[in-house]
Write a protein that binds this ligand. Structure first.
Ligand SMILES: [Fe+2]
Ligand SMILES: [Fe+2]
Length: 221
């Protein structure tokens, strides 16, 4: 295809014979670049990018609602400032994905109203079980989200790290902050070891709830 286009250019503009070979090379380079990014069509790339942004926006929206639920119950307790700090970072994450959705013209998930209620409820209910319940919820949620970011980072690295450099920087930064939240949850989970109920039980409950949410989300998205 590249040679044919170059030959056609040479015929149309005989004075550009030298340029036609440059043109052929350029087309060839474009094709090689396209092939090295995994033979994906523009439509497939757009669909993949849309999905990443939509899912991450939904996840950050849900995380915000979970911390809102925790703060409603534990905002004035000793762990209030710790939860508030994590929530503030989640607000920044959500703001960034709001901007990316506008920039890439991505529609939000139809599940936002569901995430609004379910996220807040999950945060509030686990917080009502105590500080340990809230921190166990944080550990489960943040482990899930950071794992999710890692999968996306791997996908984009395999496709075209240079093309997606900016998005990769964002995902890596957020992944690191989610891991910090995870570790904060673990630290406070361990500090609260004198409480009667074991954190693992809450984690199992939260992980199962998140799995349920993900299943519902994948059906409706
Ligand atoms: Fe986040
Ligand atoms: Fe987080």
């Amino acid at each position: 295809m590249g040679r044919a286009a170059g030959a056609l250019l040479g015929k149309l503009c005989p004075g550009l014979q030298g340029a036609s070979s440059h043109y052929t090379q350029h087309v060839h380079q474009l094709l090689v670049r396209h092939c090295s990014s995994g033979n994906y069509t523009g439509h497939e790339e757009k669909a993949m990018l849309d999905r990443i942004i939509r899912v991450d926006h939904a996840g950050e929206y849900g995380a915000n609602r979970i911390y809102a639920g925790q703060m409603a119950v534990l905002g004035r307790s000793s762990v209030g400032p710790i939860i508030q700090h994590m929530w503030d970072q989640e607000k920044d994450h959500l703001q960034k994905f709001n901007e990316l959705m506008v920039a890439h013209r991505v529609r939000p998930t139809v599940l936002l109203p569901f995430w609004n209620v379910a996220g807040f409820t999950l945060g509030a209910v686990t917080a009502l079980l105590g500080k340990k319940g809230a921190m166990a919820c944080t550990v489960a949620v943040e482990a899930t989200i950071s794992n999710h970011y890692n999968n996306q980072i791997r996908t984009l690295m395999e496709r075209d790290p240079e093309k997606y450099r900016s998005l990769l920087e964002t995902l890596k930064k957020f992944r690191d902050e989610e891991l910090e939240h995870h570790d904060t949850g673990l630290e406070h989970d361990a500090e609260l070891k004198n409480e009667r109920l074991r954190g693992t039980r809450f984690r199992t409950l939260t992980v199962n709830t998140l799995d349920l949410f993900k299943t519902i989300g994948s059906q409706l998205n």
